[in-house]
Design a protein around this ligand. Sequence first.
Ligand SMILES: *Cc1c(COP(=O)(O)O)cnc(C)c1O
Length: 236
Amino acid sequence: MLDALRNNLQRVRQRIANACARAGRAPAEVTLVAVTKSVGVDAIRALHGLGVTDIGENRVQDARDKQAALGGRVGLRWHMIGHLQTNKVRHALQLFDSVDALDSLRLAAEVERRLACGAAAAARAACPYPVLIECNVSGEAGKFGVRPADLPALLDAVRALPHIRVEGLMAMAPFGDDPEATRPVFAALRELAVAARARSGLALPRLSMGMTQDFEVAVEEGATTVRVGTALFRGV
Ligand SMILES: *Cc1c(COP(=O)(O)O)cnc(C)c1O
């Protein structure tokens, strides 16, 4: 497993570097989040040993089981990349270093409420909890994420919550075989971020977009975080 994983990881890193070169960007601008939802803790340990720093999981219960088996977060940064239900927020905040798919004010309010209670609330206000707002750029029905037209209002509401820091935007492209088909979606998320920065004055440095099917296109369009699972674990 280790050899295959090492090769896959090296190939993904090389493809990110090549996409950066095409776009005149530095590879250090792009963080690889290894999406481990389909693999067990052996793979997570191996990735850690190979220098991966960031892990993505899309279910609270899976992250809890895996951290229990690993003995905690073990120095990795854990990203909640899936839809988070409000009744799971308390656990999510114990398990994840950031919520990368915040998609409603209701959810943000629950995150704020959980962070604001308890003894460590003041300390947490000094170092607010990072989130990304998920945007449904393509407007697909049944998909999570705020509509572009509703982003300014959500951003204004969430930035007013003292224990939360909005670090940027996240999007899922439509599924398909042609990575070029997703380019307009990624370009649109980048433009949404440009407009939101100008309007709000927030730095919004992070753009999480791109998966196995299209991470190179996402990097060319400005992704600072790519979320890759299949390309790392295929054949492992
Ligand atoms: C599963 C998942 C990914 C990774 O998908 P792959 O195609 O396996 O690279 C990325 N983002 C989210 C939100 C996911 O659920």
